[in-house]
Design a protein around this ligand. Structure first.
Ligand code: UGA
Length: 449
């Protein structure tokens, strides 16, 4: 079976590499010649643990290839996985231009009967449109079918998430498509859920939007915890023992980012509206997240009044640890606001600096050691819970900062540990530690956030 994967972003590249890892022959197509040459050498264009090894080994062993020559690749393909991006349009809807561009190329070149599998996250009904488009535009007299096979990998753990997935969802309209995909995934030895195409498309959105909802819910509870003296970490722990709630995605912070949750919540909300229905829970999820991401900036502003001329240490730039991806990272709009206020910023991130420089080149200073950022700082804002940040001894803040005022958006430290230190510490959904302000030691933060 010849498998071709269109697109070498997170979804496409990891799909291709993992399919070759279990023994399939896979060709990945991308338009970027440079990228293709690098991937052939085992250099992944994205930072993803374990991916370089997979690329190199499977390429060297002849199961995985990369090309820009899509005509040849699609010509004798039995299966084409579409893993290209579906970015957000201005109005929140999903932009399907890349998907249909690939479909055009497939239709023009494929010469065999072929199953086209849509892995990209697409609005409900898109697979039907893709099939109609391919059949109308196919140059050759062949049978093209389309199946939906959404992807559930998370960045930073993409390889493990794929090779050890909790489920594989297959949305098909024919027995033949189901059989082909069962054969492809047989070697993964994972539970397979077979539905029709529209249900599979909905499973993807409903899964992501439910996780986003869980996060926004916990963030609201966290904000309220601050007002009434409860501790959101304890609350989450207490909730998590109920298997109906579970212990994942209850971590309060400064909101969800990344290339998926922000876009997929807006896309489903838009789609429902377009169908004359308001998804109220998703609307609230989006609003809460929008507000939550400025929590640290608001708190700092309230604490200092003016931030003009203050030296701000920014620790963590990426939208979460384990990735160099900055899409929808809360650090980006917060840095903008800090700069507009006249603050001087020194930023640290273990892998995100190069990408951040593309957004803010000369406006801020970058350092490769978090301690360098803390030297002489008037306040610290923590945006990402990298181990390199969490493992920083609290004494270092005390020692190096001009005034050790910390706003921790990811609850990197235990409040009990912080209480031992001469710092001022504001986190999410927990009491503030005000040890710099001698007479108001350990007060509950009622007003600050
Ligand atoms: C997410 C889903 O987790 C994957 O299952 C899905 O396949 C993927 O989107 C996608 O649609 O492609 P990802 O965006 O890589 O994966 O990252 P997550 O680990 O889900 O984190 C998303 C955001 O939520 C991050 O900003 C993270 O900091 C935040 N988060 C996560 C919280 O604030 N609290 C939590 O408890 C968990």
């Amino acid at each position: 079976m010849k498998i071709v994967v269109a697109g070498t972003g997170y979804v496409g590249l990891v799909t291709g590499a993992c399919l070759s890892e279990v023994g399939h022959n896979v060709t990945c197509v991308d338009i970027d010649e440079n990228k293709v040459e690098k991937m052939k050498k085992g250099i992944s264009p994205i930072y993803e643990p374990g991916l370089d090894d997979l690329l190199k080994r499977n390429h060297d062993e002849g199961r995985l290839d990369f090309t820009t020559d899509y005509k040849n690749a699609y010509k004798d393909a039995d299966l084409v996985f579409i893993g290209v991006g579906t970015p957000e349009r201005e109005d929140g809807s999903a932009n399907l231009d890349y998907v249909f561009k690939v479909c055009e190329q497939i239709a023009k070149n494929v010469e065999n009967d072929c199953l086209v599998v849509v892995k990209s996250t697409v609005p409900i009904g898109t697979n039907d449109r893709v099939e109609a488009f391919l059949r109308e535009n196919a140059k050759n007299d062949i049978n093209i079918e389309v199946a939906s096979n959404p992807e559930f990998l998370a960045q930073g753990t993409a390889v493990v998430d794929t090779l050890h997935a909790k489920r594989i969802v297959i949305g098909v309209e024919s027995k033949r498509s189901e059989e082909i995909l069962r054969e492809v995934y047989e070697r993964y030895n994972q539970p397979i859920v077979v539905t029709n195409r529209r249900s599979a498309e909905m499973i993807k959105y409903a899964s992501n939007d439910f996780l986003a909802l869980k996060i926004s819910f916990m963030n609201e509870i966290a904000n309220f915890c601050e007002m009434v003296g409860a501790d959101v970490e304890d609350v989450a722990k207490g909730m998590s023992f109920d298997p109906r709630i579970g212990d994942k995605f209850l971590k309060a912070g400064i909101g969800y980012g990344g290339s998926c949750f922000p876009k997929d919540t807006k896309a489903l909300h838009w789609l429902a509206n377009d169908n004359g229905y308001e998804l109220k829970t998703i609307k609230a999820t989006i609003e809460v997240n929008q507000n939550q991401k400025y929590k640290l900036f608001r708190a700092a502003k309230q604490r200092f009044g003016s931030l003009k001329g203050l030296k701000v240490a920014v620790l963590g730039l990426t939208f979460k640890p384990g990735t160099d991806d900055l899409r929808e990272a809360p650090s980006i709009p917060n840095v903008r606001r800090l700069l507009d206020e006249g603050a001087e910023i020194v930023a640290y991130d273990p892998v995100g600096i190069d990408n951040f420089k593309r957004i803010y080149s000369n406006e801020i200073e970058y350092v490769n050691d978090p301690k360098e950022a803390l030297k002489g700082a008037d306040l610290t804002l923590i945006f990402t819970e990298w181990n390199e940040i969490k493992s920083l001894d609290l004494g270092v803040y005390e020692e190096l900062m001009n005034s050790a005022v910390i706003f921790d958006g990811r609850n990197c430290y235990e409040v009990n540990d912080v209480e031992e230190r001469k710092v001022e510490y504001h986190s999410v959904g927990r009491k503030a530690v005000l040890n710099l302000q001698n007479d108001v030691k350990n007060e509950v933060a009622v007003t600050l956030f």
